[in-house]
Design a binder for this molecule. Structure first.
Ligand code: DC
Length: 207
């Protein structure tokens, strides 16, 4: 069983994907963390984002045990992730790991931007989680403050708009709802309501 959860930044896809994984007892993969780790390593190496070969090399050598790094959640690393994510060689270096993860039994939930369109086009269920730019900026702002990261709402809003524009307009695997994805607009929903909505959609289509 594979559940794909895609959508723009801070729409609530991670929370929904984790909730679904917990509900069904499935494995969960935050695929954004893979791109964030490549972005973080490029930043720490002082590398230029146009160095595709270097970025792809880093992607190939990723160690999932390093994923607890606190810097991974910062906006700077989110922006770096979005920049390395446009490099086709980086995406192909990360593709196999994600596809193998998706095969885990009894099931897997993956969240990202291209899970339903490229990584797992045959996923059993696909959700595209979205929300207004204002709601997403406010959520990310509160989340970062909660993590003790000093930010302003204006700064977070500008970062989110720039990042989503880059993610949605890149040539390879842009953020896009699959034709058969169920759209979940969380602008006016709590996390619990979004999970309830998704579970109801799964139940209806498995009847
Ligand atoms: O989900 P996130 O905000 O942690 O993702 C960080 C960046 O990584 C995002 O701006 C685009 C990129 N990304 C991607 O291109 N494809 C994915 N499946 C997941 C993330």
């Amino acid at each position: 069983m594979i559940i794909a959860v895609d959508g723009p930044s801070a729409a609530g896809k991670g929370t929904l994907a984790r909730g679904l994984a917990q509900h069904f007892g499935y494995h969960f993969l935050d695929t954004g963390a893979l791109y964030r780790m490549v972005g973080l390593k490029m930043l720490r190496a002082g590398a230029d984002f146009s160095e595709a070969v270097r970025a792809a090399q880093i992607a190939q050598e990723l160690d999932v045990n390093e994923f607890e790094d606190a810097d991974l959640r910062t906006e700077a690393v989110g922006a770096a992730a979005s920049r390395v994510a446009v490099i086709p060689e980086v995406r192909s270096a990360l593709l196999q790991f994600q596809r193998e993860f998706a095969k885990r039994e009894p099931g897997a939930v993956l969240d990202g931007r291209d899970i339903g369109t490229v990584i797992c086009p045959h996923a059993d269920f696909k959700f595209f989680v979205t929300a207004s730019a204002k709601a997403r900026s406010l959520r990310r702002f509160k989340e970062l403050l909660g993590l003790g990261i000093p930010v302003t709402l204006e700064g977070v809003t500008a970062d989110i708009i720039a990042r989503d524009a880059r993610d949605a307009s890149r040539a390879t695997a842009p953020t896009k709802a699959a034709d058969d994805a169920i759209v979940v607009d969380t602008t006016l929903m709590t996390a619990a309501e979004a999970l309830k909505f998704a579970l109801a959609a799964i139940e209806t289509s498995t009847k």
